[in-house]
Design a protein around this ligand. Structure first.
Ligand code: FES
Ligand code: FES
Length: 166
């Protein structure tokens, strides 16, 4: 292992509207920096391989799997984690439709759904279905999740301002 692999470097980026400073190695993964160094444990590790989506965060408003992103890549970016979506419309919808069982996948689904609202605020049902394919629910709560998300995009909700996440 070279000294470059083990050295710690100071980096700074925005998380949930706050400037956070942390020392990391060049190879450190953002998911684990958020969880282990910044105390933001809402983003979960499911596969560490980009497949399950439970680690999803927003980077400049777009959903990204944080298990596939280096911490150093976050410098200069606006990061939003599930903690930054507390009391958001998306969270409210998931609660209203009881769209969870064990809840392990829920942070990733909520963050990904917020990303869809940011990018396609008037997404149709097919767009919603395809967008949510990037997240896996091992408890198979898909019907309840889809009901919550469809309600968010229903015509009666069009144009409502989002409480956070963009
Ligand atoms: S832990 Fe990142 S996609 Fe599964
Ligand atoms: S609610 Fe358990 S994995 Fe989705």
């Amino acid at each position: 292992m070279s000294s470059f692999d083990t050295a710690n470097y100071p980096v700074e980026f925005q998380v949930n509207g706050e400037t956070r400073s942390v020392r990391v190695r060049a190879a450190d993964i953002l998911l684990y920096t958020l969880r282990d160094k910044l105390g933001l444990t809402g983003s979960k590790s499911g596969c560490d391989n980009g497949d399950c989506g439970t680690c999803t965060i927003l980077v400049n408003g777009l959903p990204i799997k944080s298990c596939l992103m280096l911490t150093v890549e976050a410098v200069g970016k606006q990061i939003v984690t599930i903690e930054g979506l507390m009391n958001s419309r998306v969270q409210d919808a998931f609660v209203q439709y009881q769209s969870l069982q064990c809840g392990y996948c829920t942070p990733g689904f909520i963050v990904n759904c917020q990303g869809l609202l940011n990018v396609h605020p008037q997404a149709d049902e097919e767009t919603i279905r395809v967008w949510l394919e990037s997240n896996i629910c091992r408890c198979t709560s898909y019907e309840e999740i889809h009901n919550a998300v469809k309600d968010l995009f229903a015509p009666k909700n069009d144009g409502k301002p989002l409480s956070s996440g963009s």
